[in-house]
Design a protein around this ligand. Structure first.
Ligand code: PEP
Ligand code: MG
Length: 902
């Protein structure tokens, strides 16, 4: 029964049997050739062998049962249709054998042209081509070359070398100067090369040529470069390629023949019009090889008006049919136009928006479809300044594109120097091995940040993204020497004061200044470009599509911001509240000394004094943010990082104390500090005394923050403003932790708020796996949950978020353990499952529980779709990613088929 099924399985489709929806089975090229055939366009007849046949071949190492017979049957009907036979000595049918996968993989797989030529049929071809011997022998030598290289792995250089020798003997550099006799001689030379490398004569049986070529295309799916390309483009490895067997048409039969490529709109800008190149008397691969210069497609009008008009008509028809920009390949054989390929064409991010807008105007698509046609990654690209790299600039190192953008500036190695030079009006690039919270001022002052260690969730990366600042992290070819104020890379030394340029999108680092252009899309979001009045197709298209996304989305979008300035920018970008205000940085800088006193306090009085001094400072911090957010919800997270981060590094302190003791100086204070630092030292600080644990261990710390938040809100309300604070407790793993904090907080809030009308919510982060798994209990003590997916990923996978991306993720990506870092895009199956469980169980225990996410995933396009599906109320992300999240939240509704409108 099973065998019967295999025999009957359909592996071959005539072009007239397929259509454009069958890309998975027929590959993009085959499906679109079928579509054009059925539209009645002039496509050379042919058939497609399915991706299933390829999958079966790759799984077993042999063609599946039934395939050979189906190819035979389709070949016969092709021969009947063309009135020619493959390899006929008098009038041969020739075919091309072309790969074509579901997703385009340009140049990655194989093609063999002119299959069907042999020592006899080459004469027949010459006769049929009007005694064009040169053409026939040139076609034959191309077959041997391509077949040898592709099917039999003969080194391509050997053929190239023989061709060069033939030209040398003739005293020319141009292929076209070789006549029929030269090419006949070249065929002999090629056959000898073939024999030498394969131990056999070049196959003269056309059907054998065909079968071997098909097999070679199947196998090219697993060629090293194809595997690499797929990994990079995240194309699944199991898809396989289809194989198209197409009647050959020739663009190299004389001046009335030629070949070209064209786009129905400009794929760079999206502008309407015909864009393309044409090469008379040539075959497609000549265009690719750049042997001769092409002319603009418009010139075809003078050369062959009838074909030109027909082509324009077909292009208009294709656009209308596909309702999108199409790219095409065509050949003209003695005045007859043939369509060899079409597909919905690749385009730049700017063109994607512009074209989607135009197609809406033209009535070809609606706004939902326009929203579907663009994406957040494209929008993000458009929001960053870009380098104008049309120069001779070569990168000296490549790290991780941690926060996109382009920045040039003077190299500095310390935060203090960054601040100094920035105050003088200089652009600076802060270069560090890695950054820590102490570098914050320098990071704020710098144009860009470059580190030699750390991944996409390292401190540098997260903070830079938060500020919308360019950052390249983990550029490990760079050797940073901070004390010497220099770094070395590729044998060169770059000292403080030298200029470098970093591209946070590609991770590339350049020496010297590369010119930069600002983003118009950001100017629009910032309010300095009015979409109604500006003559800028991109800005108008972005405005229109964003407006539609906002109307569609169910998810609200908040921002992660902890300064008034960030909050203000995020609002301009459309943030509807703050989902995470980290309070850590509010304890650095001038306040460090107070924090040291707090940590080192021996007696309650000392601690209370430090807290009392911190209280007004914190209150002012929160007042500024509440004012900026003007009645929108603000989630303030109580302090989270391990306390040792606020103390000097252990080794350095120990050395200082030892040296001072040696000199006989009074070091009582330093010794006390050293003892405290030793006491607080942890082997795994990320799993140590941080978050709620700190609040439970240091009396009065959380209380001071809660009081500052409540007082700031009341002061805002009394001043005629509005404040909606939400106090968030970090790192909770057990409901008892939250209950303890809550009991104390409620007392303080009641006391401060009085009759002011201010309402303060208390909730928790869900970032420890145990919290997710006991969410039902935790919800009893929480008015909201915010998923901290950075820590949830760290603790879910057991991956240190500061180390692993640079350390071994490359190997995991190579092995396909995951296709993208789980710190970048939510791991739906594992960490995502924890989110789902907690959302469901939390809501079951407390209907109406507010759910959000504030880990880095809140601004990642794919993750936004996941959070929409899970039913969260909002995502929160860095200010710069707010528009991306808005767009993707709208797309999530369109893509799940919803017509949800808020
Ligand atoms: C998180 O863990 O996802 C989170 C938002 O908190 P942080 O990154 O500050 O640890
Ligand atoms: Mg966290």
């Amino acid at each position: 029964m099973a065998a019967q099924e295999t025999v009957d399985h359909k592996y071959v489709y005539d072009f007239s049997e397929g259509n454009k929806e069958l890309k998975e089975l027929l590959g993009g090229k085959g499906a679109n050739l079928a579509e054009m055939t059925n539209l009645g366009l002039p496509v050379p007849p042919g058939f497609t062998i399915t991706t299933e046949a390829c999958q079966a071949y790759l799984a077993t190492g042999r063609e599946p049962d039934g395939l050979a017979g189906q190819i035979e049957a389709h070949l016969e009907s092709l021969e009947r249709a063309m009135g020619k036979r493959l390899g006929d000595p008098q009038d041969p049918l020739l075919v091309s054998v072309r790969s074509g996968a579901k997703f385009s993989m340009p140049g990655m797989m194989e093609t063999v042209l002119n299959v069907g030529l042999n020592d006899q049929s080459v004469e027949g071809l010459a006769a049929q081509a009007g005694n064009n011997e040169r053409f026939a022998w040139d076609s034959y030598r191309r077959l041997i070359q391509m077949f040898g290289k592709t099917v039999c792995e003969v080194p391509g250089e050997e053929f190239e070398h023989a061709l060069d020798e033939a030209k040398h003997a003739k005293g020319t550099h141009n292929d076209l100067d070789l006549d029929a006799d030269d090419l006949r001689g070249l065929v002999d030379a090629y056959k000898k090369i073939f024999l030498k490398h394969t131990g056999r004569e070049f196959p003269q049986q056309p059907r054998e040529q065909l079968d071997l070529a098909i097999r070679a295309v199947f196998e090219s799916w697993n060629a090293e470069r194809a595997v690499l390309y797929r990994r990079q483009e995240r194309i699944p490895a199991e898809l396989g390629t289809a194989v198209n067997v197409v009647t050959m048409v020739f663009g190299n039969l004389g001046p009335d023949s030629g070949t070209g490529v064209a786009f129905t709109r400009d794929p760079a800008s999206g502008a309407q019009g015909i864009y393309g190149d044409y090469l008379a008397n040539a075959q497609g691969e000549d265009v690719v090889a750049g042997i001769r210069n092409t002319v603009p497609l418009q010139e075809l009008e003078q050369l062959d008006k009838a074909s030109y008009d027909e082509l324009l008509g077909i292009m208009a028809r294709l656009e209308e049919h596909y309702k999108d920009l199409c790219d095409i390949e065509f050949t003209i054989e003695r005045g007859k136009l043939w369509m060899l390929q079409t597909r919905v064409g690749k385009r730049t991010a700017a063109a994607a928006f512009v074209i989607a807008g135009q197609l809406v105007d033209e009535g070809l698509i609606d706004l939902d479809e326009a929203l579907h046609r663009v994406n957040g990654a494209q929008l993000a690209q458009l929001m960053f300044p870009r380098f104008q790299l049309d120069h001779e600039f070569q990168p000296v190192a490549t790290g991780i594109g941690a926060s996109p953008g382009a920045a040039s500036g003077t190299v500095v190695f310390t935060s203090a120097r960054a601040v100094e030079l920035a105050a003088e009006g200089k652009s600076v690039i802060l270069v560090r091995r890695e950054t820590n919270p102490d570098d914050l001022n320098g990071m704020i002052a710098a144009k860009g940040i470059l580190t030699s260690r750390g991944g996409k969730t390292s401190h540098a990366a997260v903070v830079a993204r938060g500020m919308g600042k360019t950052c390249v992290s983990g550029a490990d070819e760079i050797e940073v020497n901070v004390p010497a104020k220099r770094f070395t890379v590729a044998g060169q030394t770059v000292a403080e004061g030298d200029v470098v340029s970093i591209d946070g999108t590609t991770g590339k680092v350049y020496l010297g200044e590369v010119p930069v252009m600002p983003s118009e899309v950001v100017q629009y979001f910032e309010g300095s470009l009015d979409p109604e009045h500006v003559d800028n197709a991109l800005v108008r298209a972005v405005h229109r599509i964003m407006t539609h996304a906002d109307g569609k989305r169910r998810l609200a979008v908040r921002t992660n911001a902890d300064t008034g300035a960030d909050a203000a920018r995020a609002r301009r970008f459309g943030a509807e509240g703050i989902g995470l205000c980290r309070t850590e940085h509010m304890f650095l800088g001038d306040r460090r000394e107070l924090v040291e006193r707090l940590i080192l306090a021996r007696a309650p009085g000392e601690r209370e004094a430090a807290l009392a001094a911190l209280l007004p400072l914190q209150r002012a911090d929160f007042e500024e943010i509440f004012r900026e957010m003007d009645g929108l919800p603000v989630t303030v997270r109580l302090i989270d990082p391990p306390l040792h981060e606020f103390l000097p590094p252990l080794e350095q302190l120990a050395v200082n104390v030892a040296v001072a003791q040696e000199r006989g100086e009074d070091v009582a204070k330093e010794e006390a500090l050293l003892a405290a630092v030793r006491r607080m030292h942890e082997e795994n600080p990320m799993l140590g005394l941080r978050g709620v644990r700190l609040g439970l261990v240091i009396p009065g710390l959380f209380a001071m923050q809660v009081r500052a938040i409540a007082e700031a809100a009341v002061s805002c309300a009394r001043g005629g403003g509005a404040a909606k604070p939400e106090i968030m407790v970090p790192l909770v793993g057990a409901v008892q932790e939250l209950e303890t904090v809550r009991a104390e907080a409620e007392k303080i809030i009641a006391e401060v708020v009085g009759d002011s009308g201010v309402e303060v919510l208390i909730g928790t982060m869900i970032e420890v796996p145990r919290a997710a798994l006991t969410a039902g209990q935790i919800a009893e003590a929480a008015e909201f949950f915010s998923f901290g997916t950075n820590d949830l990923t760290q603790m879910g996978w057991g991956f240190s978020r500061d180390d692993v991306e640079g350390a071994f993720f490359w190997r995991y990506l190579e092995l396909g353990i995951f296709g993208i870092s789980p710190f970048e895009s939510i791991d739906r199956d594992g960490v995502g499952r924890l989110v789902r469980i907690a959302a469901e169980e939390g809501r079951a225990a407390r209907p109406g529980l507010k759910l959000g996410v504030c880990g880095e995933h809140g601004g990642d396009p794919d993750s936004v779709h996941f959070f929409h599906e899970v039913g969260l109320d909002y995502v929160s992300c860095s200010p710069f990613r707010v528009p991306v999240a808005r767009l993707e939240a709208g797309r999530a509704v369109v893509e799940t088929g919803g017509s949800d409108s808020r």
